[in-house]
Design a protein around this ligand. Structure first.
Ligand code: KIV
Length: 278
C-alpha cells in the first residue's frame, strides 16, 4: 500500500521505471476514502459523474458547479492520491479567459492537483493557456465522450490508418503543448503501444490494451453498479448491484413482516419512569 503523497514527479518516475500507474474515478467522500485508502495513484473526478451519478444521458450536460461540488467532496477524503478534476464540456472550448478561469477553479475552490480535458489538436491552444497559468493538464484522446456525436457514437477510434495517424499527431501536439500525461480511450492496442513508446509523457489506457503506462476505469463499472450498457473493455471486480438489491429487498421484507426493528434495534424506558406517564 502506498502511503506517501503522489505527485507529478512520482508519476513521471513510474513511467521511467515501468511501474504501472493505477487510476480510478470517484465522485463523493466515501468513494474518495476507499480509493485513496487502497493506494490508487490517481483519482479522477470524471465528468462520467453525469451518467453514473446524476442520471444524465451523456456527459454533455454536466456543469462546472456540479463538477466542483463533487470534486470538493472527494478532496475532503483524499490524502495521498493525485486528484484530477475533469473539465466539463464547453468549459475550456470558448475563450482563453474562460478556459483559464474554469481550470483555476478546480485548483482554488476544489483543491484538485490538476485538470483533465478532452480533445486533439483543436484543444492545443487551451492546453497551452492553462499550463502557462500554472495548472497541470492531463489530455484525453481517442473516444472523447463529450463530442461523441461528432465521432458517430461510442466506437473504437483509430482503426483505420488515417484516423490513427491523426491521433498520433494529436498526441505529440498535446505533449508539446504541455500535457503531463494522456488518457487514451477506446483505441486499438497497437496504436496505444506506439504512442506510449514514442511519447515522453505517460499514457493511461481505458479500452486501449495493456501497453499503456497505466490504466483507468470508471469506479461503477469496476464495482458492477450496472446502470446500463457495459463496455466490452470493462472488467467487473464485484457485483454490487446484486448485493445492494438483495439488501434492500431483505429490508423491505423485514419491515412489512414486522421483523425489523427488533428489540435490539429499539430503545426502552425504565419501568418506574414509564409508570409515571402510563
Ligand atoms: O469521465 C471519466 O470518467 C473519464 C474516464 C473514463 C477517463 O474521462
Amino acid at each position: 500500500m502506498q502511503n506517501s503523497k503522489i505527485t507529478l514527479s512520482t508519476l513521471r518516475q513510474a513511467k521511467e521505471s515501468k511501474r504501472k500507474i493505477t487510476m480510478l474515478t470517484a465522485y463523493n467522500y466515501p468513494q474518495g476514502l476507499l480509493v485513496d485508502g487502497v493506494g490508487i495513484d490517481i483519482i479522477l473526478v470524471g465528468d462520467s459523474l453525469g451518467n453514473t451519478v446524476l442520471g444524465y444521458e451523456s456527459t454533455v450536460a454536466v456543469t462546472m458547479d456540479e463538477m466542483l461540488h463533487h470534486s470538493k467532496a472527494v478532496r475532503r477524503a483524499v490524502k495521498n492520491s493525485f486528484l484530477i478534476g475533469d473539465m466539463p464540456f464547453m468549459s475550456y472550448n470558448n475563450t482563453r479567459k474562460e478556459a483559464i478561469k474554469n481550470a483555476g477553479r478546480f485548483l482554488k475552490e476544489a483543491g484538485c492537483d490538476a485538470v483533465k480535458l478532452e480533445g486533439g489538436t483543436e484543444v492545443v491552444n487551451a492546453v497551452k493557456y492553462i499550463v502557462k497559468a500554472g495548472i497541470p493538464v492531463l489530455g484525453h484522446l481517442g473516444l472523447t465522450p463529450q463530442t461523441v456525436s461528432m465521432l458517430g457514437g461510442y466506437k473504437v477510434q483509430g482503426k483505420k490508418a488515417k484516423k490513427a495517424r491523426e491521433i498520433i499527431e494529436a498526441a505529440f501536439a498535446l505533449q508539446e503543448a504541455g500535457c503531463f500525461g494522456l488518457v487514451l480511450e477506446c483505441v486499438p492496442w497497437q496504436l496505444a503501444k506506439k504512442i506510449t513508446q514514442e511519447l515522453k509523457i505517460f499514457t493511461i489506457g481505458i479500452g486501449a490494451g495493456s501497453n499503456c503506462d497505466g490504466q483507468v476505469l470508471v469506479l461503477y463499472d469496476l464495482l458492477g453498479v450496472s446502470l446500463g450498457h457495459k463496455p466490452s473493455f470493462v472488467k467487473r471486480y464485484a457485483d454490487v448491484t446484486s448485493v445492494v438489491t438483495k439488501a434492500i429487498n431483505n429490508y423491505k421484507k423485514d419491515v412489512t413482516s414486522g421483523k425489523f426493528p427488533s428489540k435490539k434495534q429499539s430503545f426502552s424506558m425504565k419501568k418506574d419512569e414509564w409508570e409515571k406517564i402510563s
